[in-house]
Write a protein that binds this ligand. Sequence first.
Ligand code: ADP
Ligand code: 5GP
Length: 201
Amino acid sequence: MIFVITGPSGCGKSTMVRMIQEKIDNVRFSVSHTTREKRESEEEGKDYYYVSKPEFEQMIKEEKLAEWVFLHDNYYGTSKKEINEEGTRGDLLLDIDVYGAQQIKPRLEKALFIFILPPLFKDLKTRLEERGQVSVDTINKRLEVARREILAYPQFDYIVINDSLDRAVQELEAIILSERCRLDSRKKEIEPILQSFLGEE
Ligand code: ADP
Ligand code: 5GP
């Protein structure tokens, strides 16, 4: 199953996705392509594939991307290859912006879309300020974009309010685990159980 995690910048998407990967097995993170600079804590191929703007534009031209966005002066996008590999290795988590989630929705009919909200606008502002890395001007721009983005919440399947981080991650975990119990997801596991009932005295 594909889970698309979206919400305004600073709402906690990447923090929550990182925590979920440590908490549950068989979840894979969809590695996006970006033209932004690699941060010191990040790794090529693990956090992003870092490419130049001409390289990214070539990928757009060759229709290699399932969705993409020009955000904060850089390109970000999910390659079709990344989502096509799903299924062979458990669940796939995408951490993408709201516009990207809206773009990819018609392409991923079976995916679940999870919208992360901060408790209040002022909390989002504090989190963006405390995360650092960018100027006051950039933070203000992101906050203005966030005012618009949150209006998209009814388009998504689940809403997680990231007030207490642990509780919010617990909710995200519950969504993923309950999805694994669905009839369709259980077909492979049911088969040997059924066989054991049918085949033995
Ligand atoms: P996003 O990936 O959505 O842009 P981040 O995961 O980078 O957001 O989170 C933005 C900042 O808020 C980070 O500094 C992170 O540590 C912090 N943060 C995330 N969740 C919480 C929370 N529940 N309470 C307080 N701070 C949080
Ligand atoms: P950052 O530069 O902080 O890593 O990410 C900035 C924003 O880009 C975040 O909101 C993140 O969710 C979004 N983002 C990361 N990868 C993608 C992607 O492949 N597509 C889209 N649409 N947004 C992305």
